[in-house]
Ligand binder design. Structure first.
Ligand code: ATP
Ligand SMILES: Cc1cn([C@H]2C[C@H](O)[C@@H](COP(=O)(O)O)O2)c(=O)[nH]c1=O
Length: 214
């Protein structure tokens, strides 16, 4: 079973993933995780890091939301053998971001008139052409954007190796992403969604998984 954790930058997806792994492992489930984008995977990882980090050589590509989204999608396509192996070997695979990140961020980077149609373009590309598996459950970790941004800024302050990237530094983009996520979750885009906050997330997701894995 594949669960995708989604939300704006700094929402707490990585933290939640760690807590879920601990809780599911304690209850005897086998769990694996994978985070997208896969920064360490050649050849796209360094390019995606450079693009998000504002590398001037990648500026022409970064300026094109569909081209950027294509890179993230191709990274997922290249991860397919790893994703399939993890899915086969475990009860649960938790993905820290997946296809919906492309739908939310790509749409949020487009002019308003092109935004509504973008999730369908992503679904055609990733589920259709690239034949990636739909997640069984998508979790929207809902945190006020200001709070998420404060967390991301604090993290950047604590860890010099983790400065704010171009998307994280753009408050308007984060607000539009949050609205896109609300829209995707409200219409259960590509699979069922669960909306949780930080305090109740682990218990609610565990409850859902208990029912799904029974
Ligand atoms: N439940 C929580 N309560 C308080 N602070 C939290 C919580 N979850 C995460 N944080 C803090 O918020 C910051 C961002 O958390 P985290 O790295 O898990 O977010 P993320 O959604 O994975 O970020 P990104 O998308 O930018 O990689 C960190 O400083 C973390 O300590
Ligand atoms: C997977 C994926 C990611 N993005 C965006 C979302 C974030 O702003 C960055 C990744 O940052 P993180 O701190 O490593 O979570 O990339 C995207 O636009 N499309 C995607 O598919």
């Amino acid at each position: 079973m594949i669960i995708a954790i989604e939300g704006v930058d700094g929402a707490g997806k990585n933290t939640l993933t760690g807590r879920l792994v601990a809780r599911l492992t304690d209850s005897g489930r086998s769990v694996a995780t994978l985070a997208y984008p896969r920064y360490a995977a050649e050849p796209l990882g360094p390019a995606m890091r450079g693009l998000l980090g504002g590398d001037a050589r990648l500026a022409p590509l970064a300026a094109l939301p569909r081209a950027t989204a294509m890179m993230f999608a191709l990274d997922r396509a290249a991860s397919r053998p790893e994703l399939d192996a993890l899915t086969d070997a475990n009860d649960v695979v938790i993905l820290d971001r997946y296809i919906a990140s492309n739908a939310a961020y790509g749409a949020a980077r487009l002019p308003a008139a092109e935004r509504a149609g973008f999730p369908a373009w992503v679904a055609d590309l990733e589920l259709g052409s690239l034949a990636l598996p739909a997640p069984d459950l998508q979790v929207l970790l809902r945190v006020p954007v200001a709070k998420a941004r404060a967390g991301a800024a604090a993290r950047a302050g604590d860890d010099p190796a983790r400065p704010l990237d171009a998307f994280e530094a753009d408050g308007g983009l984060q607000e539009r992403c949050a609205r896109m996520y609300e829209d995707l979750a409200a219409r259960n885009w590509i699979s069922p969604w669960l909306i949780v906050d930080r305090d109740s997330a682990v218990g609610i997701i565990e409850g859902w998984l208990g029912a799904l894995l029974r």
